[in-house]
Design a protein around this ligand. Structure first.
Ligand code: HJL
Ligand code: ZN
Length: 176
């Protein structure tokens, strides 16, 4: 018997959508191409989508998702929680970053910030793969989220495609 959560939301379908978004990200050797989908789990509807470098600047998928949703409600990203339903969740092909290059706020902080007012904000993060230890060593993203009471749930099944897409712009050993 499937639990209610599985009945209401097709996690793999949302992860596939996130992967199709990740494929739109311009490949670059210094980051990962990631896709993200913000979902109202109560009504099973997509609120916003994003992919790495979709918005101007050095933008991450989760960041684009939140910034686009905020902009659609005439809000700055810091106040996006005002436009988030009580059961908001995010699907991302790669676990959110806990650390970024200087001057960029990590996506974990952006997600935690949605929970600072009385309303729920983002309560669950569904992720396709952990971040490979290539740029920042071990990503502390999931640990930070869990410590703050946000559930991090691995959605299995697309790891190979997600990693191939994420590293599309990387220099392969065979090319060196
Ligand atoms: C996630 C993204 C993205 C990454 N991770 N979850 N979503 N690009 O959209 C993580 C990776 C960083 C590099 C370079 N990638 O992006 O650790 O310049 O992209 O801050 O460490 O850091 P910047
Ligand atoms: Zn990030």
């Amino acid at each position: 018997m499937e639990d209610n959560d599985t009945v209401r939301n097709d996690h793999l379908a949302y992860m596939r959508l996130a992967l199709s978004l990740a494929r739109k990200s311009p490949p670059k050797p210094t980051n990962f191409c990631v896709g993200a989908v913000l979902v109202d789990a109560a009504t099973n509807t997509v609120l916003s989508t994003g992919y790495t470098l979709e918005l101007p600047g050095n933008t991450h998928a989760e960041q684009c998702c939140l910034q686009k949703h905020a902009a659609a409600h005439d809000l700055p990203e810091e106040q996006v929680s005002r436009a988030l339903p009580a059961e908001t969740v995010i699907y991302t092909t790669m676990e959110p970053c806990g650390k970024r290059s200087p001057g960029n706020l990590p996506c974990v902080e952006r997600i935690l910030r949605t929970r600072t007012d009385q309303k729920g904000g983002i309560s669950k993060v569904y992720l396709g793969v952990k971040e490979p230890e290539k740029f920042i060593g071990q990503n502390v993203g999931q640990t930070k989220l869990r410590e703050a009471g946000i559930e991090c749930i691995h959605v299995p099944g697309l790891e190979k495609d997600i990693l191939e897409t994420a590293t599309a712009g990387h220099i392969k050993e065979s090319d060196a």
